[in-house]
Write a protein that binds this ligand. Structure first.
Ligand SMILES: *Cc1c(COP(=O)(O)O)cnc(C)c1O
Length: 406
């Protein structure tokens, strides 16, 4: 058995018929599938260790607490963070960005300050900034995107020149068109002009190496479910001095040191930002994602994804009337496309009849769709468990769909 066949066996969901055909799952940018190790970890936790964490003195609570904190350690290692108390559990990338907007933003933004986002952002890296900007009298500015889908770095430098930008919020990789942004350079430039920077890493963690110290990141947010882990878990990394100076986000249990009616003191990092009973089971199961990823050959994963991107780009480009949106020089394995005379939604619905799962629509990036003057796209996004045979099926099915629609 080849290694890809072995790997596909690790993902039980892949082995099924959808509408009578073997499933082709090309919606990995929306959420990745979970290896059996993650499913087993969830089952194991609820079957044997279920307890509330941190406050219990009994054995189950101790086991659950140890497992929960072990995930934090693994994330620290994964991000190359200085220390595990800079790893804050949230509900997702969205949760992490809102935390920074509502605490760092509320404490630091003043009237006239600028918050700089890009035209490539997901709504969750736009709307929280609009909300806090409105509240604080700050303004949201936008880095433009070129026709191929790359950030306009000259414009970026120009906007920073004014030295009024307090915070830059930009994704590492675009979920809608796959562009890999030059974040190392962007971070250096932001810092050179006195701005802090938040990196939305939702799409990069599954594909690229992330080193928060080497890149000198101020904030980095991502979601477990896009890294082969469960839904409902996210991570926010922050520089220690920033996190320490930030007021708490939500009040409640766990985030306090002492509570009294004459005044309450707050807990240390990371607990200051983790009020209430967290998503214990899913955090613990997320640990298995890292073990699983470590069991894979990184070089093979990278090669597999690059080959899938190159092959799919070449094969799809040969379909008459098919136009790829987003042709950045550096991309992850995501292809957004349109077929002349058809609507993305119709293509998605018909592909599903052939068992092929893609995403259609605006991909939570309406300003980017407005930039390209399109209502949305079809998006096929790949993971290392996908194959060239599956891409062949996409191409054949698209040709059939075309004849049905045109
Ligand atoms: C998915 C995604 C988000 C939002 O993640 P949630 O898990 O929905 O919180 C934000 N930014 C990008 C680039 C994404 O791909």
């Amino acid at each position: 058995m080849s290694s890809i066949e072995q790997i596909r066996l690790d993902f039980p969901v892949l082995d099924q018929l959808v509408n009578g055909s073997p499933l082709v799952y090309f919606d990995n940018a929306a959420t990745t599938q979970k290896p059996k190790a993650v499913l087993d970890a969830l089952q194991h936790y609820y079957s044997l260790d279920n307890a509330n964490i941190h406050r219990g003195i009994h054995s189950l609570a101790e086991r659950a607490t140890a497992a929960y904190e072990l995930t934090r350690k693994k994330i620290q290692q994964f991000l190359h963070a200085e220390s595990s108390d800079q790893i804050i559990f949230t509900s997702g990338t969205t949760g992490g960005i809102n935390l920074v907007a509502q605490t760092y933003g509320r404490a630091n933004f003043q009237a006239g300050d600028k918050i700089l986002v890009s035209n490539l952002e997901h709504h969750s890296n736009i709307v929280p900034w609009q909300m806090i900007a409105l509240e604080r009298g700050a303004e949201v500015l936008v880095i433009p995107v070129s026709d191929v889908g790359e950030l306009d770095m000259d414009a970026y430098c120009q906007i920073l020149q004014e030295n009024t930008v307090k915070l830059v919020a930009v994704n590492h990789v675009s979920n809608a068109i796959g562009t890999i942004n030059p974040i190392k350079e962007m971070i250096e430039l932001a810092h050179a002009h006195g701005a802090k920077i938040l990196i939305d890493g939702a799409q990069s963690v599954a594909h690229l190496e992330v080193d928060v110290q080497e890149f000198d990141m101020d904030f980095f947010a991502f979601s477990a479910h896009k890294l082969f882990g469960p839904t409902g878990v996210g991570v926010l990394y922050g520089k220690r001095e920033l996190l320490e100076a930030m007021p708490p986000y939500q009040g409640g249990g766990e985030m306090i040191k002492e509570v009294s009616f004459s005044g309450t003191t707050y807990n240390e990092l990371p607990y200051k930002f983790e009020a209430g009973t967290p998503n214990i089971a899913d955090v613990i199961a997320f640990s298995a994602s890292f073990d699983y990823l470590e069991s894979l050959d990184k070089g093979w994963v990278e090669k597999q994804e690059n080959e899938l991107l190159a092959y799919a780009t070449e094969q799809l480009s040969q379909i008459d009337g098919l136009r790829i949106i987003g042709n950045a020089a550096k991309k992850i394995a995501v292809i957004s496309f349109l077929i002349d005379g058809t609507h993305p939604q119709d293509i998605g619905v018909l592909l599903d009849k052939f068992g092929i799962a893609i995403r259609t629509g605006h991909h939570c990036a309406q300003p980017l769709m407005q930039r390209f003057e399109i209502p949305g796209t079809c998006r096929a996004s790949f993971s290392f468990y996908n194959t060239k045979e599956e891409i062949d099926r996409l191409v054949t099915s698209l040709k059939r769909v075309k004849t049905m629609l045109l």
